[in-house]
Design a protein around this ligand. Structure first.
Ligand SMILES: Cc1ncc(COP(=O)(O)O)c(C=O)c1O
Length: 393
């Protein structure tokens, strides 16, 4: 299918919720994608921080094929082994005390679930206010959308969910004012991804933990984008020396299949039968794919390698380029703040065979597969410079 055919079909049959680039993707291998005309693209966006092991990873494919042939889906009326093994692994990796897992299908749903846990936990204690950060992104369902601290996403969907307050990100004084005794939860990202790749300060997350402990507030860390090794530790919060009460995840967990998860410490895992549920949550094939992902990613050597590659990638970014203002981020999640529209840089890079994303209003976002090679990092840096240079007069 060429782009003209795709566009004709999309205009007739798809809701116009996205503005895709003028190409149709056909295949992927490693860090490369190929369109239906056979053109290759080095992918430094990874399906927005999803395909951490690249395309066509043998371990993930085998896990999917094997489980799909055995048993694809049942329902949550029954146990299946992959789901239980995955819950065990995630609970152990989280380091949360008596950590319990709820599986869902996306990041928005994971945050929606955490929102419900928070309200339920606060019930009977006069605590139903939820605090989230300005500039945050937590998803598009009504609860997650309300948590999202960017009004452009709210526009047209009001009234939103009541009693959600936004506090200034990385401002400890504001946090101390906004967290009050009627607050049941604080939602925070270790790095605001969609908000422009803006890391939290250690001081901020530590203060958040302290205040939450003092006021009996659940600290919910959204690791939907930062989790599963992206920052060089399995969860980004490990690098901040802070442990949440609840962690939400999705994106890279399923190696390309949709799966989300919420891990809550025993005291926050307050669901009882009937309080929450989803048909596909913990699907056996998605859980098997996730187990294969964890087999690779949850290894100290693999994670050390992510940090080494991140250093290499950072060192290749032309900090002194006249259009580059700043480079932000941790691990293989970087935002390059540029003085031209980042969408234009991404479009030019695409023409040159490099896929990058954008974040916030002024950042080009790099979230390559964690398996990216030194050679691919060099190539991406060269193409990025070429793309930036094309904007110089
Ligand atoms: C931090 C964060 N939370 C939640 C979401 C929403 O995830 P999903 O698109 O899977 O609903 C995203 C998506 O970009 C995200 O970056």
């Amino acid at each position: 299918m060429n782009f003209t055919e795709a566009k004709t079909l999309a205009e007739k049959y798809l809701m116009h919720a996205y503005n895709p680039y003028p190409l149709v993707l056909a295949e992927g291998k490693g860090a490369y994608l190929y369109d239906t005309e056979g053109k290759a693209y080095l992918d430094f966006l990874s399906g927005i921080a999803v395909n951490s092991l690249g395309y066509g990873h043998e371990g993930v494919l085998n896990a999917i094929f094997t489980q799909a042939a055995k048993l694809m889906h049942t329902s949550n009326f029954f146990y299946t082994e992959p789901t239980l093994r995955l819950a065990e692994k995630l609970s152990q990796l989280s380091g949360l005390e008596d950590g319990k897992v709820f599986f869902c299908n996306s990041g928005a749903e994971a945050n929606e679930t955490a929102f419900k846990l928070a309200r339920l936990h606060g019930k009977g204690k006069g605590k139903n206010k939820v605090v989230a950060c300005r500039g945050s992104f937590h998803g598009r369902t009504m609860g997650s959308l309300t948590l999202t601290g960017q009004s452009k996403y709210h526009d047209g969907f009001e009234p939103l969910v009541p009693n959600v307050v936004h506090t200034e990100f990385n401002n400890v004084e504001a946090l101390a004012k906004d967290l009050t005794s009627d607050t049941c939860a604080l939602f925070v990202e270790c790095i605001q991804g969609e908000g422009g790749v803006v890391p939290a300060t250690k001081e901020y997350l530590k203060k958040a933990r302290e205040l939450c402990d003092q006021l009996d507030i659940l600290l919910v860390i959204d690791e939907v984008q930062t989790g599963v090794g992206r920052t060089g530790t399995f969860f980004a919060y490990e690098g901040f020396g802070v442990k949440p009460d609840i962690v939400t995840m999705a994106k890279a967990l399923g190696g390309g299949l949709p799966i989300g998860a919420v891990i809550a410490s025993g005291k926050a895992a307050v669901f009882t039968p009937g309080k929450h549920g989803t048909t596909f949550g913990g699907n056996a094939v998605a859980a098997s794919a996730a187990l294969a992902v964890l087999d690779q990613v949850a290894n100290p050597e693999f994670l050390a390698d992510v940090s080494a590659k991140a250093e290499l990638l950072k060192s290749k970014i032309p900090m002194d380029h006249p259009l580059v203002k700043e480079v932000r981020g941790i691990g293989l999640m970087l935002g390059i703040v540029v003085t031209v529209p980042p969408g234009d840089v991404a479009a030019r890079a695409l023409e040159l065979g490099l896929i990058v994303g954008t974040a916030g209003t002024n950042a080009v976002r790099l979230v390559p597969p964690l398996t990216v090679t030194a050679e691919e990092i060099q190539k991406a840096a060269d193409l990025l410079v070429q793309s930036l240079n094309s904007f110089l007069k």
